[in-house]
Design a protein around this ligand. Structure first.
Ligand SMILES: [Zn+2]
Length: 373
């Protein structure tokens, strides 16, 4: 039986607790815990460190076969303070087995939002051929990997769908209804029109790339588009999905002025935007929101309990008795840092969120500071 005791754990609400873990499950949370007389491996956290439930990045790419959007799950995962990564559609039904086998022994927990194109993102335009959308193949893949596939992904923008108009959207909804899975739709240049996507998505479906600066985005040049406000009211979740081209400080500010907030903060990371920016990692993406109207609690909720809710991952996302013992330890480092968005605009902030360690699979792993940006 593996046991671990975490002492001096500073929660972001100001509470300080000890946490006792047995077999990778949170057993007890309390003050000055003394667990039996046996010697138990114990970790003392520093006073300037916070603890949260392990971070979840709800939009990443880590199926290494497809070089255009791929990265190593450990690099974007636990080594970046992220204990769970959700791959957003890199794999489809034809290659889910290969993706599963690639990630099943990873330290980082990996899940898939299966692409409605059975090919996955083998090329930029995976939905330009309607024959790639094979509902039976999707259902079979889900039957085979019911714990690995946690949602449906459809990339509904011009360069992906070619001349197929609204058809991929209708197919995506059909698949999501048949499998009873949440649907994440990527938005970009029309077609598809954002208004159409907002109209068809179901409450609790997800729009990613919400702060993209493109014409078919949420901002019409003067206002937030009415269809976006309606979608928000209807309970559609907004996901950040930073990516190479999809995050603008200006659009974030307009959204804030209209009281529109993302439900989840995600990176849309892959090897190029990790190494060359503007993404670098999830912590840098979180820092961008922390300096634009989001409290630390809101930022942390957007990478823990919110994505866990979105994808029905009811065993993670909270520090509570019975939950899986995934933790991210982090600091607010008071040093200047330059942050850059997808349009090349940069700002300098006075502090940033920096993960210092993770606890995953009953192991405490200290992290090296990354030299980002
Ligand atoms: Zn993506």
């Amino acid at each position: 039986m593996s046991k671990l005791l975490i002492k001096n754990a500073h929660f972001i609400d100001g509470n300080i607790f000890d946490i006792y873990i047995e077999n990778n499950i949170i057993k007890t949370i309390g003050t000055n815990l003394n667990i039996s007389s046996q010697r138990i491996p114990t970790i003392y956290l520093h006073d300037d460190e916070y603890i949260s439930s392990g971070w979840i990045d709800s939009h990443t790419h880590c199926f290494e076969k497809f070089e255009i959007y791929a990265d190593n799950c450990e690099e974007i995962g636990y080594r970046s303070g992220v204990t769970t990564v959700i791959d957003a559609g890199t794999a489809g039904a034809d290659n889910i087995e290969e993706f599963y086998n690639q990630t099943k022994n990873c330290i980082t927990h990996v899940y898939s939002l299966l692409n409605i194109s059975k090919t996955g993102i083998y090329a930029q335009n995976e939905l330009s051929d309607m024959n790639h959308i094979d509902i039976k193949a999707f259902q079979n893949a889900y039957l085979q990997y019911p714990n690995f596939i946690i949602g449906v992904k459809a990339r509904l923008s011009k360069s992906v769908i070619g001349s197929n108009g609204d058809l991929p959207l209708y197919k995506a909804i059909e698949i999501a209804n048949l499998t009873d899975l949440p649907l994440m739709v990527h938005i970009g240049t029309a077609p598809l029109e954002l208004s159409k996507i907002c109209q068809y998505l179901r409450p609790k479906d997800i729009i990613t790339h919400i702060y993209n600066p493109k014409e078919n985005g949420i901002w019409d040049g003067q206002h937030i588009k009415p269809c976006v406000l309606e979608a928000y009211q209807k309970g559609i979740y907004f996901d950040l999905g930073h990516g190479t081209d999809s995050f603008s400080f200006d659009i974030l500010n307009y959204a804030n002025q209209n009281h529109l907030k993302v439900y989840s903060i995600s990176s849309d990371i892959y090897h190029r935007n990790r190494k060359n920016g503007p993404v670098y990692d999830l912590a840098t993406t979180m820092t961008k929101l922390y300096h634009h109207g989001y409290s630390l609690k809101e930022v942390i909720d957007c990478v823990t309990i919110h994505p866990a809710n979105m994808f029905h991952l009811h065993h993670i996302g909270k520090i509570e008795k019975g939950y899986q013992a995934d933790f991210t330890i982090f600091k607010l480092t008071n040093k200047a840092k330059k942050l850059i968005d997808s349009t090349g605009k940069s700002i300098t902030v006075s502090s940033y969120i920096q993960p210092t360690a993770v606890i995953i699979n009953s192991k405490y792993i200290q992290l090296k500071e990354k030299n980002n940006g």
